[in-house]
Design a protein around this ligand. Structure first.
Ligand code: HEC
Length: 137
C-alpha cells in the first residue's frame, strides 16, 4: 500500500513537472499580455478603473482636474490628500450634501457639475471617490 502511494506521488510530481514545462513553452511570447492581466488583477480596488472612466468620460471632470497640477480646479492629488487626512466623504460632496473643504472660494464653478453627479448612481459616485483617493500619498 505504501508503495502504491509513493509511486502515485512520484507520478503526480512528474506530471506536474511536465505540465509546468508545457505551460512555459505555450506561454512563451505571451508574457507581456500576461503581465498586463496580472497588474489589472492586482489593483486593490476594482472601482478605481471604473472611476477613471467616469472621470475622463461622462463626468467630464478631467476638463478642470489634472492629476497633480492645479488647472481650473484643484489637482486630484490635492483633493485626495485633504479628503484622506480629514476622513471626509467625496460621495456626499458630489451629492451636494456636504460643504467644500478644498477651495471654497471657487465652489460656484464646481457646483455647475452637480447636475451631472446627481444623476449618477451611488456606485458610480463611489467609483469616482475611489479613483480620486487613489492619488493620495
Ligand atoms: C468647470 C470646471 C470643473 C469641472 C468640470 C469639475 N470640477 Fe471639481 N472643482 C472645480 C473647482 C474650481 C473646484 C474648487 C472649488 C471647491 O473646492 O469646491 C473643484 C473642487 C472639486 C472637489 C473638492 C471639493 C471640496 O471639498 O472643496 C472635488 C471632490 C471635485 N471637484 C470633484 C469633481 C468631479 C468628480 C468632477 C466630475 C464629475 C468635477 N469635479 C468636475 C472645477 C471643476
Amino acid at each position: 500500500m505504501k508503495k502504491t502511494v509513493m509511486s502515485l506521488t512520484v507520478t503526480a510530481t512528474l506530471l506536474l513537472i511536465s505540465c509546468g514545462q508545457n505551460k512555459e513553452q505555450e506561454n512563451f511570447g505571451k508574457s507581456t499580455e500576461e503581465q498586463t492581466v496580472s497588474i489589472t488583477e492586482a489593483t486593490p480596488n476594482p472601482l478605481i478603473n471604473e472611476g477613471k472612466e467616469l472621470f475622463e468620460g461622462k463626468g467630464t471632470c478631467v476638463a478642470c482636474h489634472n492629476p497633480d497640477k492645479k488647472i481650473i480646479g484643484p489637482s486630484i492629488k490635492e483633493i485626495a490628500n485633504l479628503y484622506k487626512t480629514t476622513n471626509s466623504n467625496i460621495v456626499a460632496f458630489l451629492k451636494e450634501e456636504s460643504d467644500p473643504i478644498v477651495d471654497p472660494s471657487q465652489y460656484e464653478i464646481m457646483k455647475t457639475n452637480f447636475s451631472i453627479t446627481k444623476k449618477m448612481s451611488d456606485k458610480e459616485l463611489q467609483a469616482l471617490e475611489s479613483y480620486i483617493l487613489s492619488y493620495a500619498d
